[in-house]
Design a protein around this ligand. Sequence first.
Ligand SMILES: NCc1[nH]cc(CCC(=O)O)c1CC(=O)O
Length: 310
Amino acid sequence: MTSQPIRIATRKSPLAMWQAEFVKAELEQAHPGIVVELVPMVTKGDIILDTPLAKVGGKGLFVKELEVAMLEGRADIAVHSMKDVPVEFPEGLGLVTICEREDPRDAFVSNKYNSIDELPQGAIVGTSSLRRQCQLRAQRPDLIVNDLRGNVNTRLRKLDDGEYDAIILACAGLKRLKMEDRIRSEIAPETSLPAVGQGAVGIECRLDDTRVRQLLDALNHQPTATRVLCERAMNNRLQGGCQVPIGSYALLEGDEIWLRALVGEPDGSKIVRAEIRGPIAQAEQLGTTLADQLLADGAKEILDRLYGNA
Ligand SMILES: NCc1[nH]cc(CCC(=O)O)c1CC(=O)O
């Protein structure tokens, strides 16, 4: 039975393929003799490229097909950027493993300038992330933020074609794709608080698949899992999706966890920030508590309006 291959459902983008290959290599190293196969698939999110993601239904578009494949037994696991994993899972599936985090920061990428501060008045910055747009415009209301979709290579090509003065990407994706040299500067969390789970890779499988779950155990990185679950607990309480600018970043300091988070208006005209510290054992509770604090401090009004409840 152990010779039965493990099939990884994956999107075909270079970053998704890198992540799937990474998990395959880690599994092979942890369990010599194991057979791991990739099952590349195209998702709706890969096809609809001309509409801002926030308008076409959000992150779920990238994972639905992979989840159906697992439920139908055509694949055993799916590897995700934690940033793109929705709050809820279909019945029978769940996130069982979180691998060690890469650099969680946003990256400033440009062919002309070294940092946000160097951008001239009215410069054009490409990003489709409301979180990045909100934080950029809060500091530099003069900047023009234009939509930028597509996988990492497509986005870099659009920058090179001269459509933008600069673009913002995740450091993690660029580092994984060996394109670190494109990073002009790493943006500090104080300037651009990362997305929930940014830089971490997570693995989803059928919850009743005990064989696969045991094999995946070796890949779990507990410090990363604690941080990401804390960030996700905060986000879940806010019912955060990618239609709203939410940033969040947890760090471990000794036996404490320090969580920072923000909710803002997409145009940067308002940002509500909060932070909390507490014992690592209460990571998820702390996330929920911080979300409640944000809501009480004004995030509720922002979210109600963005979700159309007000
Ligand atoms: N939304 C796409 C996406 N999902 C994960 C990453 C980067 C890698 C990561 O955060 O793990 C990216 C690209 C980007 O934001 O530049």
